[in-house]
Design a protein around this ligand. Structure first.
Ligand code: BG6
Length: 485
């Protein structure tokens, strides 16, 4: 369904995120007919680029990171016609006047200001928009992470943005919420009668959430050094996934109903403070691997100096409420791991009694695996009888729903959904201020315990599943990480 015409203003419009994600995503929505030339995309940056140069840069970015080949060239050139570039230095009033000139004067028109810039500019940009009178009632502002580096800094950002925009106008992006499998978690839980009766501590033994990346820090070492895996991935993406697994059924799939339930989970997370952090968390940092021509540098080599920043983290978390008491949520994420594999594993309890003799083999527990990437889909591991006329031999086999095989469509990037949800005014897949604060309130003491311990992260070889201490973290509880990750 086409959306109402809009002006999308992208601060940081010639930056990495705009090129890799935002422009390709907007192009695909345009190509699918969700908006047309009556909408405009105004890139703002300090680069002083002329309109034609920006369009050429956008075409190149879409060629590299999108799939323009699925459409004829005419679609791309019509899309490029929606693009413009504005030179703006946030501290220079002349730039704001130039932006004001370019925006549609109709106050009822939807304006979305996307801040794909460093968070210390969020406040000044919002202030500039406010002073130039550009933040109309129909405006929205989209904030990219990182939303601060702890609770205090996140609150300062939220205060500054909140002075100009009301909460209903603020869209805090966590692109994991736009991923197909993540949205499917809600569909699976709340559009099927099958799972919800089993979704509790009586039936579920534990939950695993893994986001493993094969890449390293990819030239972002300076940002990453001040962040580390805990702030970069756990505070936002992994906690959001945990919330969606754990939340109570919202009364409706609407922004506040869903976010109220997520907030309850975040505030029910058992705090990890002081010495507990040594038992419940593991930090790692990848070391270089010499492999002939295919040497992989270690994190410290990429950074150019020794560092105590973690590129891997594993945590045993607990949600202290009626439904989940005693069910561990094992989280892990890292860079330079064996492969790119992100998944949520719900492991059910074992059967109370086996009617089969030892010749049937071991009866393994049921697992529901939601695969985020790659090969998005859902697998339900069941025990079945090995085919054949022999005796009753049992084997574990997955019931396999691959999205690519089931639906013959291009899997959309998360940003495609999210960028247009902003225009639609739908905040369901965006984080509310109190959620962000609650997530930081849980993360900060972990960080503080690490700092106080004065210990270094465990080393792990690039291309492996992280430090052995992370394996020990789960094996101590007589459990193992799901093998496919
Ligand atoms: C970003 C992190 O939020 O998510 C990156 O800053 C990380 O460090 C990225 O690589 C992972 O996203 P995806 O969609 O590739 O899993």
């Amino acid at each position: 369904i086409p959306v109402t015409p809009f002006d999308y203003v992208v601060f940081g419009g010639s930056g990495d995120l705009a090129c890799r994600k935002l422009l390709p995503a907007l192009f695909h929505r345009f190509a699918d007919g969700q908006f047309d030339e009556s909408s405009r995309i105004l890139a703002v940056s300090r680069s002083g680029m002329a309109r034609e140069a920006y369009r050429a840069m956008a075409a190149e970015a879409i060629g590299e990171h999108g799939s323009p080949g699925d459409h004829d060239g005419e679609v791309l050139s019509r899309f490029l016609g929606c693009l413009d570039h504005i030179h703006l230095d946030v501290t220079d009033p002349a730039g704001w006047a130039a932006l004001a000139d370019r925006l549609d004067r109709d106050e009822t028109r939807i304006r979305a200001f996307y801040l794909a810039v460093a968070p210390d500019l969020f406040g000044p940009i919002c202030e500039g928009l406010g002073e130039a009178g550009l933040a109309t009632a129909n405006s929205r502002v989209v904030l990219e992470k990182p939303l601060g580096y702890d609770l205090t800094s996140a609150e300062a950002i939220n205060e500054a943005v909140g002075r100009v925009f009301a909460e209903r106008q603020i869209y805090r992006i966590d692109h994991y919420l736009g991923k197909e499998t993540v949205q499917n978690l809600m569909a699976l839980r709340f559009a099927n009668a099958l799972f919800e009766p089993l979704w509790n501590s009586a039936q579920i033994d534990h939950v695993q959430i893994t986001v493993a990346e094969e890449i390293g820090v990819e030239g972002r070492a300076d940002y990453y050094e001040a962040s580390g895996a805990l702030r970069d991935m756990v505070q936002n993406h992994l906690l959001q996934l945990l919330c969606l697994v754990a939340l109570e059924p919202p009364a409706a799939f609407t922004a506040d109903a869903v976010r109220d339930e997520k907030l309850k989970i975040l505030t029910a997370l058992k705090p990890i403070t002081g010495d507990a952090a040594a038992d419940l968390t593991v930090r790692g940092q990848y070391r270089g691997v010499a492999a002939g021509g295919a040497d992989i540098p270690g994190y410290a080599d990429e950074l150019g100096r020794a560092s105590g920043t973690e590129t891997f983290v594993a945590i045993k978390a607990e949600v202290e409420n009626w439904r989940w008491a005693g069910v561990p949520f094992y989280l892990r994420t890292g860079k330079r791991m064996a492969r790119r594999a992100s998944e949520i594993v719900i492991e059910f309890r074992s059967i109370p009694h086996s009617i089969f003799g030892p010749e049937a083999g071991r009866i393994l527990v049921n697992q529901l695996v939601l695969r985020l990437q790659p090969d998005e889909g859902v697998k339900l591991y069941l025990m079945i009888k090995d085919p054949g006329p022999g005796g009753m031999r049992l084997r574990q086999v997955p019931l396999n729903l691959s999205f690519a095989e089931t639906f013959d469509t291009r899997p959309p990037d998360a940003y495609e959904r999210l960028l247009l949800d902003v225009v639609r005014g739908n905040q369901t897949l965006f984080m509310r201020r109190d959620e962000v604060a609650a997530a930081w309130a849980w993360i900060d003491p972990i960080r503080a315990s690490w700092d106080a311990s004065r210990t270094a992260p465990h080393g792990y070889r690039a291309g492996t599943w992280g430090p052995s201490a992370a394996i020990a973290l789960i094996e101590r509880d007589r459990r193992t990480w799901h093998e496919e990750a």
